[in-house]
Design a protein around this ligand. Structure first.
Ligand code: NAG
Ligand code: NAG
Ligand code: NAG
Length: 496
């Protein structure tokens, strides 16, 4: 079915910028802990991260990038409207985002370019999850001075964004802590293992106003907030200081009606124990998912920034060895998160995330310098679709639950952690073994019937079935096949 193109809707006689991107069917909605499209089709969030997509990419680049991502079944791209490079930085076409750095005066050519990329993405079945404004640039500057967005103007800016881009999921805050003002002081305290010396300023009232503006803008664009509430979360920063809420959106904004989906950032680093969250660790992304899943308010939940492929482990080459996260690391982490109850996954690779186009932009040395265009074909980027596939190949999408009690014995930790998910109505059990070690499975939750058993290869999406004998104990030992290319396998038991 062809997707409709966008239509510019003009309203009001004297309105200068009174237009909305009208993309029928764009909005996502929540169904319990899962996403679905606004016409009620199930939706598995498979996101890539390209913060600089609107800013650093020409239309031709955007087409090349989005075509590649669509071919790998990505259906969401995280991108930033007012970017981390600030209001004085021109986009690839030479346009500034704002006139006179005034957040209430958008510079139309800049936003036309954003429009075209949003529309181009949707024609390729990809939705943009938009960061309206990068927190640590626009709410306060990197030198910790007040930014140009504040309680006075943020609602008007939010309204304008909500009205122009209705239906796009929005990520507020953007890799910063809403109650965090002086990053260097926080980091200083953390590194020196000192109790808190820094002062915190609570920016959450400003983000509340941003959300209020986004929603009123969507209403003006004609989106019924009763049937299709705006999808809004925050993109928290990593858990790299104490005290403070843990790095998940609901830890900050759980009581806000505008928080319609939950998100974590498990980040790129394995921190030393950092009480009270000793476990915050890039190799244990499933723990943040488990924490969100326990929330009695059922919202869709996502790890919005898990370790990026080809990024240095522990940040800017701190281990001195240039070791990077690999396809195996990101595959294991995302598979564990999804089996632990996430509504999808977020992938990122270091150079695509930052939009490193050699000879045009400088490289941020958080990983080796590799052109965006070569990095598109990293193995992990191609493997994320097999995580989506193993979930969406099962008809029982809405009744899937995480259930570790299916695994008998030690479930292990970090990259060895075994995760299990099953249909609460009994049609399947799936167990992901990242190490390929044999695993004992409690099968009694399966409904009565003939069971089809198979091993699923998470590096290429291939099933190989094996014989499953009925009768005997409900606890069964399964030994994954051996492969020279990868250790991990998914066991699938399904009633046919
Ligand atoms: C908010 O920011 C604008 C600049 O964008 C500035 O003119 C105004 O004084 C600020 N208001 C407050 C209350 O800080
Ligand atoms: C931020 O913290 C650093 C490190 O403690 C300190 O040197 C600096 O003065 C602080 N800046 C502001 C604006 O408070
Ligand atoms: C997938 O990988 C397995 C090895 O793990 C191999 O046997 C199989 O042929 C591959 N299938 C495809 C479709 O590439």
């Amino acid at each position: 079915m062809p997707f409709p193109g966008y239509v510019l809707v003009f309203c009001g006689l004297f309105a200068t910028f009174c237009s909305s991107l009208n993309l029928p069917g764009y909005a996502l909605q929540a169904n319990g802990r899962l996403f679905e499209t606004e016409d009620g089709k199930r939706f598995f969030w498979q996101a890539d991260t390209a913060w600089g997509l609107f800013h650093k990419f020409s239309l031709e680049d955007a087409d090349r990038y989005l075509t590649d991502r669509a071919s790998k079944k990505f259906n969401v791209i995280l991108a930033t409207a007012l970017t981390q490079w600030g209001p004085k930085d021109k986009n690839r076409n030479g346009d500034l985002p704002l006139i006179s750095q005034d957040p209430t005066r958008p510079n139309e050519p800049y936003w036309k370019h954003v429009d075209r990329i949003v529309e181009m993405a949707f024609q390729k079945r990809i939705r943009i999850a938009m960061v309206p404004a990068w927190g640590g640039t626009y709410f306060f500057s990197s030198s910790n001075k007040p930014g140009i967005l504040n309680g006075t103007n943020v609602k008007e800016f939010g309204h304008w964004i909500g009205k122009r881009y209705p239906g796009l999921p929005k990520l507020l805050v953007a890799d910063i802590n809403p109650i965090w003002t002086n990053k260097s002081a926080v980091v200083d305290d953390y590194r020196n293992r000192r109790s808190k010396t820094h002062k915190m300023t609570d920016y959450s009232p400003v983000y509340d106003k941003l959300a209020e503006g986004l929603i009123s803008g969507e209403v003006e664009a004609g989106i019924d907030q009763e049937t299709t509430p705006a999808m809004i979360t925050i993109h928290p920063t990593n858990q790299w200081f104490t005290p403070g809420p843990i790095a998940i959106s609901s830890a900050f904004f759980d009581n806000r009606p505008w928080l319609t989906f939950d998100a974590s950032q498990t980040g790129h680093t394995n921190y030393q124990p950092n009480p009270p969250m000793a476990w915050w660790n890039a190799e244990k992304p499933y723990e943040a998912i488990e924490a969100m899943y326990k929330n009695p308010k059922p919202r869709p939940l996502i790890d919005n920034e898990a370790h990026y492929e080809n990024r240095y482990i522990n940040g800017k080459n701190r281990d001195g060895k240039n070791t990077v996260w690999t396809a195996k690391d990101v595959r294991i982490g995302n598979m564990q998160s999804v089996f632990s109850g996430a509504s999808g996954l977020t992938y990122g690779s270091d150079n695509v995330m930052q939009g490193y186009i050699p000879d045009v932009y400088k490289h941020d040395p958080s990983g080796p310098a590799v052109s965006v265009w070569s990095e598109l074909s990293l193995a992990g980027a191609g493997q994320m679709q097999w995580i989506q596939k193993v979930i969406t190949d099962r008809a029982a999408f809405y009744s899937r639950i995480p259930d570790q009690s299916v695994i008998i014995g030690d479930v292990g930790a970090g990259e060895e952690h075994i995760t299990a998910t099953r249909d609460s109505t009994g049609s399947f059990i799936m167990v992901y073994s990242p190490t390929g070690k044999p695993v004992t499975v409690e099968t009694k939750s399966l409904s009565i019937g003939q069971v089809k058993a198979s091993w699923y290869d998470p590096t290429n999406g291939t099933y190989s079935s094996f014989e499953y004998l009925t009768g005997g104990s409900s606890q069964r030992l399964f030994s994954p096949p051996k492969s020279t290319t990868h250790p991990d396998w998914v066991l699938i038991l399904e009633v046919v």
